[in-house]
Design a protein around this ligand. Structure first.
Ligand code: 26M
Length: 820
């Protein structure tokens, strides 16, 4: 299906016209950035037609809507992806060629909209792609951060954070919608007033400050189906009329306060990943976008429906982790105070409309807000949560009479804190984990009491990724190869990749497959040379770990193993060692000292190893600066080995693991998160599994008995590597530089248990898995087969499958098709 706007001549004309109208320039005078704007505008023109068509169809069909509420949407660049989903990429590339322009260069002008940290935000973006592609009516709701996740620079081996001013040149794929602005109220107090007409109390918030929430809409283009959904991100502005009014009354101070409150709400995305910090501004951000989103959703519902009791039939609010849990209380507030419903009625509606996804079992990620902060900022919402809590405790007491322990563990408000996860579970009809193992751990451990009380709420939805971005856009060579062999249905039906299995032993197919991998490695090598100034050999094994830097993800174990290999090569220069390039990419939260020191360690080890001519280039270490969605696409396509080495039980799912597998990389991994299901699909013989099981880890954690010092005492290889952290090997003789890391593994001076993430326990079995990698890689045909099978068996991990399961088992949405 080729849209008429993409007939080449018309498209070329439109680009030229746009350059003229926007910049008063001819093509040859325009900068690449200006050409990007002009091309994007030409594409937006087509997208908007389909956007209008889609909204008309929704208007007509009145399907049930899911609102995917998320503090983060890690969208990545839109231009290339939109062209892919419009099935116009090749035509547009050719048209631009004819104008003497290069589409890749133009795509590179687009800032990466980085409105997310990592897995959770990228998952939200994949889900929006799948929802549009499958034809479901969905809105993403979030925040229009003026600064996305920081850009990472590496200076002297250290991470330096640089602000990401992504809106600076104007973003072509957003549309300001001031006509849908909403008022959001903060602070003040609640006045209770008896209403003789209804015989009930009215609760009136007074003395508050208001912020105007203004939505910006971004189009979400479905694949080849004319559907365009909406990502609605809210920006904060001062309430102008209100402000003028205050000026008239001479209350200048209040006017300025209102202005200031609005000013900073949407300034910046908090760069924490899997860590809760308890900042007031973060709470403001949460209520700001939730209140605006829920108000807008209710207003939309009421346009078509007169009975608010029908809300659960027409709307689901999916909470992406606990960050949007305010939804439960805000919906209650609207139903009680504005719709004037009775409590039980309102609660019934709320608990049939909200659903919660849990993304982590890391204790430090759990949101617990101090009640003092909460009640001051959101007095009416807090009052409602208190009543929810009172009734919830009543329910606990009924179920477990006299069991104070249950109340202590499950209450929504306890120890002076509001526990957001408890509110999300009590206030919704579904609780899901993001991989089978993760959901089982939730049921058996972290949320055991809640599972006992509400077993029917719990379900699993194993994560997925969109093949449109992570194969069709990221890996055009493999895309064409696959389509040549099995047709193109896999683009919307990934399990069709299984048809490739018949080629696993086919010599020609193997060669072609590995040749494409080689070309993608050349592309990455070029990127690394341009961006890092390091030359890497595309014939070496590309062994890649890219993800946020966190202790539980164990980048430290990876680099310690590199240090170990280096020692081995130096000690046994005669031994055959298959050349390997270890590639890292990771951002660390600004305040996370140990994570930042790990980045420094990786870069220091890289410096020493890459400059040691005596090892003949057998080993290279590269830290790719500023890992993000756009360079991820190049990295996944080029990987031979995928490092998924979290401490078992800690990684809820992982989604990078799936992107590697799809692109034919083999997993070195623990039995954690979705790795378990990856191995189940591809077969244990086509992956390299090692390490403690989640049961073993949990057992140590619950019962003690882990002693990392034993490994240090009894294993000279481990001891050597650890000593090199404190003898200056990688720090120009500075003994102190990496001592904190050394201490974290063996000591004792640290607040937590030594080696919290069982690096020493798993080290030898990791090294052994890596030996098996090398051996397997030497068998060229054998490796090609394994790589091909990884791609062929990755069908389960499409977000299309995940979304269909959300639809069938949680949301129950109606499928929509666009009538032409
Ligand atoms: C919390 C409080 C204040 C500021 C930021 C946060 C916060 C932000 C992001 C907390 C957690 C955040 O993300 C967690 C995350 O990305 N979890 C990952 O979710 C993926 C998708 O389900 C899983 O695949 C990963 O295993 C999981 O770590």
């Amino acid at each position: 299906m080729l849209d008429s706007h993409f007939r080449k001549e018309e498209f070329k004309k439109s680009v030229k016209e746009n350059v003229k109208m926007l910049y008063r320039k001819t093509l040859d005078e325009a900068s690449q950035e200006q050409i990007f704007q002009a091309v994007s505008l030409a594409v937006k023109d087509v997208v908007i037609d389909n956007w209008l068509l889609t909204q008309k169809q929704y208007e007509k069909d009145d399907p049930k809507i899911v609102y995917y509420l998320s503090m983060e949407f890690l969208m990545g660049r839109a231009l290339g992806n939109n062209l892919i989903n419009l099935c116009a990429y090749k035509e547009v590339k050719e048209a631009l060629d004819e104008l003497g322009l290069d589409l890749n260069t133009i795509e590179d002008q687009e800032p990466d909209p980085a409105l997310g940290n990592g897995g959770l935000g990228r998952l939200a973006a994949c889900f929006l792609d799948s929802l549009a592609t499958l034809g479901y009516c969905a809105y993403g709701c979030g925040i229009r951060y003026h600064y996305g996740l920081f850009k990472q620079k590496i200076e002297n081996g250290y991470q330096v954070e640089v602000p990401d001013n992504w809106l600076k040149d104007g973003y072509p794929f957003e549309l300001r919608r001031p006509e849908y602005a909403k008022e959001v109220k903060f602070g003040g107090y609640v006045r209770v007033e008896y209403d003789p007409a209804t015989g009930r109390n009215n609760f009136i918030q007074e003395g508050y400050q208001s912020v105007r929430a203004v939505p910006y809409d971004m189009p979400i283009v479905g694949y080849n189906n004319k559907i365009v959904n909406t990502l609605r991100i809210w920006d904060a502005e001062a309430m102008n009329e209100f402000q003028l009014d205050l000026f008239d009354k001479g209350d200048y101070r209040k006017a300025v306060e209102a202005e200031n409150l609005a000013k900073n709400i949407c300034d910046v995305l908090y760069p924490n990943d899997n860590h809760y910090a308890g900042k007031e501004l973060r709470l403001k951000q949460q209520y700001f976008f939730i209140s605006a989103s829920i108000q807008a959703a209710i207003a939309k519902f009421k346009k078509k429906h007169s009975d608010i009791h029908d809300l659960p039939k027409k709307v689901t609010f999916q909470l992406n982790d606990t960050h949007p849990t305010m939804t439960v209380a805000e919906l209650m507030r609207i139903l009680l105070d504005e719709e004037k419903l009775e409590w039980d009625d309102a609660w019934d509606i709320t608990t049939h409309t909200c659903a919660y996804t849990n993304h982590t079992i890391m204790a430090e990620a759990l949101e617990k807000w101090p009640i003092e902060l909460f009640s001051k900022l959101l007095p009416r919402v807090y009052q409602i949560i208190e009543e929810i809590n009172r009734r919830f405790i009543e329910e606990i007491n009924q179920k477990y009479p006299g069991n104070q322990e249950k109340v202590r563990k499950m209450a929504i408000i306890y120890d002076g804190q509001v526990k957001m996860a408890h509110l999300a579970i009590a206030g919704g009809y579904s609780v899901n984990g993001v991989a089978r193992l993760h959901t089982e751990i939730l049921k058996k451990q972290e949320l055991k009491d809640f599972y006992e009380m509400y077993p029917e709420k719990f379900n699993n939805k194993t994560n997925g990724i969109t093949q449109r971005r992570f194969m069709v856009h990221a890996n055009p060579l493999l895309t064409d190869w696959i389509t040549d062999h099995i047709g193109d249905k896999w683009i919307t039906d990934l399990p069709q990749l299984a048809k490739l299995k018949v080629y696993a032993d086919d010599k020609k197919a193997q060669q072609e497959f590995m040749n494409i991998k080689y070309q993608n490695k050349v592309r990455l090598a070029k990127y690394i040379l341009e961006h890092n100034g390091i030359e890497v050999d595309p014939n070496s094994i590309f062994d890649v770990q890219v993800k946020r830097l966190h202790e539980y993800k164990r980048q430290l174990m990876n680099i310690l193993h590199v240090m170990y290999l280096y020692n081995q090569i130096k000690e046994h220069p005669e031994r055959d060692f298959y050349p390997r390039t270890f590639i890292f990419g990771a951002k660390a939260t600004a305040g996370y000292r140990r994570a930042k020191l790990t980045i420094k360690l990786i870069n220091s080890v890289a410096d020493v190893i890459n400059n040691d001519a005596s090892i003949n280039g057998k080993l290279k270490v590269v830290f790719i600066e500023n890992y993000r969605v756009s360079n991820a696409e190049i990295i996944f396509a080029a990987a031979d080995v995928s490092e998924q080495i979290s401490t078992a039980s800690k990684e809820a799912s992982g989604t990078g693991n799936m992107k590697f597998m799809l692109n034919g990389a083999l997993t070195v991994g623990t039995m954690d998160g979705a790795n378990v299901e990856i191995v189940e699909e591809v077969g244990e013989e086509n992956a390299f599994i090692f390490g403690l099981s989640s049961d073993e880890v949990i057992n140590y954690e619950n019962n003690g008995g882990y002693d990392p010092m034993q490994y240090f005492n009894n294993d000279p290889d481990i001891r050597n590597v650890l000593m090199q952290l404190i003898n200056g090997t990688y720090s120009n003789g500075d003994f102190e530089m990496f001592r904190e890391i050394y201490d974290s593994l063996l000591n004792t001076n640290c607040s937590d248990r030594a080696d919290t993430y069982f690096i020493l326990a798993d080290f030898k079995s990791y090294a052994d898995a890596q030996r098996r990698v090398e051996e397997a890689y030497r068998d060229e045909a054998g490796w090609a087969k394994k790589a091909l099978l990884n791609t062929a068996c990755s069908g389960k991990f499409s977000s299309d499958r995940t979304i269909q399961q959300y639809v069938d088992e949680i949301w129950h949405l109606d499928k929509v098709t666009i009538e032409d």
